[in-house]
Design a protein around this ligand. Structure first.
Ligand SMILES: N[C@@H](CCC(=O)N[C@@H](CS)C(=O)NCC(=O)O)C(=O)O
Length: 218
């Protein structure tokens, strides 16, 4: 059986899956779907694969999964040998994973929506959307700050989980929608920590950390 991803390079939801596959060092075949301007996700052929007409879609043999959160859970449970990306050691940790997967949708509906407005001219009440986006980033900031979740490095403790992967793309892309990171130092620190992970990959708008030489030449 082989993994297959239906993907759009500018989609933060698709990037969650590409990024997680890269971090797991897991091969996956990829089909690029012309989401914009081609609207190929609404074609009869694609609607047969995913009647909801959304990306990403992951198939694994006979299984078809059509939601980034569901895909992250599946990949973690099936392909993460370390068992750290979706720890379900206790009830509270499982609940926190669910909390952040839901929070990732909040980011996509606010910060992500503002980005679509600015990048693809998608109509929305941009002021209200940016206000809601800032509210979501404030919530993230208060969790990640020293006074928040005991100042842990990642959303659930000091080891990254799928909660971080789910929330990372739209938080990182916020400036593309006119929502700057200036007021959120703990979020900025967390974004850098994720970009520092081994095998991290980029998407347009989110670049890798610059390589730091141990012994910089003068
Ligand atoms: N909850 C879904 C949302 C997926 C989603 O809305 N994807 C966008 C691309 S980023 C899409 O396909 N939109 C098409 C549409 O809503 O018509 C997920 O996390 O995968």
């Amino acid at each position: 059986m082989s993994l297959h991803l239906y993907d759009y390079v500018l989609s933060g939801n698709c990037y969650k899956v590409r990024l997680f596959l890269a971090l797991l060092n897991q091969h996956c075949d990829v089909t690029a779907v012309d989401f914009f301007p081609g609207e190929a996700h609404l074609s009869p052929t694609f609607l047969e694969i995913n009647p909801a007409g959304t990306l990403p879609v992951l198939t694994d043999g006979d299984l078809t999964l059509c939601d980034s959160a569901a895909i992250l859970v599946y990949l973690a449970q099936k392909y993460d040998n370390s068992g750290t990306w979706h720890p379900s050691t206790d009830a509270a940790t499982s609940a926190w994973i669910q909390f952040w997967l839901a929070f990732a949708s909040k980011l996509s509906d606010t910060v992500g929506q503002a980005r679509l407005h600015d990048m693809l001219n998608l109509p929305c009440d941009i002021d209200a959307t940016r206000t809601a986006g800032h509210r979501a980033l404030r919530e993230l900031e208060s969790h990640l700050s020293e006074q928040g979740f005991r100042g842990h490095r990642f959303l659930i403790g000091d080891t990254p989980t799928i909660a971080d992967i789910a929330c990372f793309p739209y938080a990182a892309l916020a400036p593309d929608g006119g929502i700057e990171h200036d007021d959120y130092p703990a979020v900025r620190r967390w974004l850098v920590d994720i970009r520092r992970l081994p095998r991290f990959i980029e998407m347009p708008g989110i670049h890798r950390l610059h390589d730091q030489a141990d012994d910089p030449t003068p």
